[in-house]
Write a new protein. Structure first.
Length: 518
């Protein structure tokens, strides 16, 4: 068992948080990428129920005597956002591999600022252009934030830090919904411009402070910049880190990076689906793509609109309550990930989400329109969002950042996030047609669509998601290269001897002893 704990996770004699406060600050700065994402989610959904926003971007419904927006316009707006996020997520892999994580975070913040500013112009064409930039910001946010956190945080707190991705989506989501609640009754354009100004704050903080954070040492190693990597590592680990600890960490990172090079000559997207990397990539795609199979894009993007359509008078208030449940769930996840781990949380979370979708649809059909049914619908959706945010929303990004190889991490995360955004694109562009009374008019019956899909995710999680809690990235590397089975990840004793098969089918064993002197 002595080998099970990596040199990277050497237990310090002094207080752990005193030693690692700097990396927490750097990761907090990077987290503003996700915060911008959260504010846009929280405010954007409420715009669909604001009369002034509908007046500027929709049409006047003479029959109902109110301003409205067509399903086609809604689909085009959200489809543009998801489509640009999908393309940005694809591009982020190459950008991250070539130029590093800091450059990606800067681009993320700049795109968010531009997008929110353009969205204030009262013209539908400007709104679409704004959605393009906001989508680019969202697509970049996941890759560069998750990758940076995974590569810089110590193994003991990596899970806690990466959960900031979901926390910094859900808390701003909640705040954004509260801002909408406070402005939606205004009869001027400030009803939606005030929320947009709030949305501009996180990317402004990001582009201002990102210059203070060091580049990822692991990325610098992949570019053979060993001296710069050690300088960056010293800055991240702080003045209390001993030279022997820093040397040991550098040697281990370099050794496993060279091992990956010997097994995989290329760092192309094609390599993500070759050899042992295929398994890593598919796990990441399940963690991120599986989110939308469970219906989270429906809940996060159309909750206010959905509740309005099925007759809730206090749709905004209910949306605020749901967002509050998400924030509470992430706080729970901060505790659970340290004591329970990744695998069991993801399995249980998918099961609860599937059951919640089925139950809210069944209850709604059993007693349509009744007060009791409406309360049950809200209750089951609250259970759903708590379960999702505490598990797949919080834990999925952790596993996605942990499982890739060092050389392919940015591209593997890019593939996973592209799957996520492609799933969001499918759901968000179809939901208006599924729930709108002028089209399929499914209403609460959409639960019968996402319930079975969430069940499929539940089964896949059981068979394919490994336990990576408290493992260094190099230990996880060793287990994948040695083809350790999913259920043996938790008990496997790492030996720092990695046996693998390269893309030509040649087997070999590489001892982690002779590494470059730094």
């Amino acid at each position: 068992m002595a080998e099970q704990t990596s040199t990277i996770a050497t237990a310090p004699k002094m207080g752990f948080w005193k030693r690692n406060w700097k990396v927490c600050v750097y990761c907090f700065i990077a987290s503003f990428a996700a915060t911008a994402f959260g504010f846009d989610q929280g405010t954007g959904g409420g715009f669909l129920a604001m009369q002034q926003w509908l007046k500027d971007f929709g049409y006047y419904d003479s029959e109902e005597g109110v301003y409205s927006i067509t399903a086609g316009s809604t689909t085009a707006m959200n489809g543009t956002l998801c489509g640009s996020a999908f393309l940005a997520a694809l591009a982020s892999g190459r950008i991250g591999s070539q130029f590093g994580r800091k450059i990606g975070l800067i681009l993320c913040g700049a795109a968010g600022l531009i997008g929110s500013g353009i969205s204030m112009i009262p013209h539908y064409g400007a709104l679409i252009v704004g959605k393009v930039f906001i989508g680019i910001s969202m697509g970049f946010a996941g890759n560069f934030a998750i990758t940076y956190w995974s590569e810089t945080a110590p193994a003991q707190i990596r899970g806690l830090i990466v959960i900031m991705y979901q926390f910094n989506i859900n808390l701003p989501n909640f705040i954004g919904a509260c801002v909408d609640q406070g402005t939606y009754l205004r009869t001027d354009r400030w009803s939606y411009r005030i929320p947009l100004f709030v949305t501009m704050f996180p990317p402004l903080v990001l582009v201002t402070l990102v210059w203070l954070i060091p580049e990822s040492p692991r990325w610098l190693v992949t570019r053979d910049k060993y001296s710069e990597a050690r300088t960056s590592l010293v800055k991240i680990r702080g003045k209390y880190a001993r030279d022997d600890e820093l040397d040991a960490e550098m040697k281990e990172v370099i050794a496993f990076t060279e091992l990956e090079r010997s097994l995989d000559a290329s760092t192309s997207y094609r390599e993500c689906f070759s050899g042992t990397n295929r398994r890593r990539t598919l796990i990441g795609m399940l963690c991120m793509g599986g989110q939308h199979m469970q219906g989270i894009a429906f809940i996060s993007g159309y909750s206010t609109y959905f509740f309005s359509l099925i007759g809730f008078n206090d749709a905004f208030v209910i949306t605020v309550i749901i967002n509050a449940c998400q924030v509470a769930a992430v706080i729970f996840a901060f505790i659970a990930v340290r004591f329970i781990g990744r695998r069991i949380l993801l399995i249980v979370g998918a099961g609860v989400c599937a059951a919640s979708m089925f139950l809210f649809a069944i209850v709604a059909q059993a007693a349509p329109g009744s007060d009791a049914a409406n309360k049950c619908i809200v209750a089951f959706i609250c259970i759903y969002v708590f379960s999702f945010a505490a598990t797949w929303g919080s834990i999925g990004p952790i596993v996605t950042g942990e499982v890739p190889s060092n050389r392919l991490r940015s591209k593997t995360v890019s593939c996973a996030l592209s799957t996520n955004w492609f799933g969001a694109l499918l759901v968000i562009t179809s939901i208006p047609y599924l729930i709108n009374k002028d089209y399929a008019n499914l209403g609460t019956k959409v639960g019968f669509i996402f319930g079975p899909l969430a069940t499929i995710v539940f089964v896949l999680a059981i068979f394919f998601l490994p336990e990576t809690k408290d493992r260094s990235l190099e230990e996880i590397d060793e287990m994948f290269i040695n083809r350790v089975s999913t259920r043996k990840f938790k008990s496997y004793i790492c030996t720092k001897e990695a046996a693998g098969v390269d893309i030509m089918g040649k087997a070999g064993v590489i001892e982690v002893e002779d590494v470059k002197k730094v």
